[in-house]
Design a protein. Structure first.
Length: 252
């Protein structure tokens, strides 16, 4: 820890163990990013991120790097929601995610919600690289403000590439300092819970789900690749999770 905030990186590498399972030769967390392996099922390995400190706070720079090798299966979750809080250090907090899945690998990235508390400033950058027939389930849930408070400033960018070509590249800014209209009818329409579910499966090359609304406040969109994106808005975290869970059951 420094006067400029905390710097910490967590690293995970998953490999096919050659015996029908997945090994974790790298499982390394620093500072507030504690990693625990928990019991998986079948050939998959499961990793849980356990927050050892509050945050991210203003001035913190946290990063998570995950690599999934050919034939490996990894499911990554978190024990609790991540809460972006104002801190004593000046400046925004940063949270960088780097996910790499090799041909034949599979990653489920399903952490708990990110909560943007009042007065906080957080920039989230998620970069995903997929190769060949890599499979991916990625869920993001963002809650703008705790009960009875206005949200902090949140900028979130998700970039996904498949074999070096862009599959998805989008950015959303909310809260104080965000471009005008972020809370208007064309964007969030007053909702405070927003999420998305990205599913990449080779089977979608031949059988792509059709674009359609999926429940109230959610829409399913095919992407230019073997992938679909569900975007959802809800008045609270519970109803958002229900929307995403229903879509996940249908798509997988």
């Amino acid at each position: 820890m420094t006067t400029a905030g905390v710097r910490a990186t967590a690293r995970v590498e998953a490999r096919d163990d050659g015996r029908g399972g997945t090994s974790l030769p790298v499982l390394d967390g620093e500072g507030p990013l504690a990693l625990r392996r928990i019991r998986g099922s079948g050939s998959e390995a499961r990793v849980m991120l356990v927050g050892a400190m509050s945050g991210p706070l203003g001035g913190d720079h946290l990063a998570v790097e995950v690599r999934v090798g050919p034939g490996a299966r990894l499911r990554f979750g978190s024990a609790a929601a991540t809460i972006a809080l104002p801190g004593q250090a000046k400046g925004e907090a940063r949270y960088d995610l780097r996910l790499d899945v090799a041909d034949g690998g599979e990653l489920w990235w399903t952490p708990e919600q990110l909560i943007s508390a009042g007065g906080s400033e957080l920039s989230v950058s998620s970069q995903v690289d997929l190769r060949g027939d890599a499979r991916l389930v990625l869920r993001e849930e963002q809650i703008l403000g705790r009960v009875g408070e206005e949200p902090g400033q949140l900028v979130s960018r998700l970039t996904v590439r498949r074999d070096g070509r862009a599959l998805l590249d989008q950015e959303l800014a909310c809260g104080p300092g965000a471009p005008g209209g972020w809370d208007g009818p064309a964007v969030l329409a007053g909702h405070r819970a927003l999420g998305q579910l990205l599913v990449v499966r080779p089977e979608f090359e031949k059988d792509m789900p059709a674009a359609r609304p999926l429940g109230e406040g959610a829409a399913l969109t095919p992407l230019a690749g073997p992938a679909v994106l569900l975007t959802a808005l809800a008045p609270d975290a519970l109803r958002l999770r229900r929307l995403l869970d229903e879509a996940l059951r249908e798509l997988t």
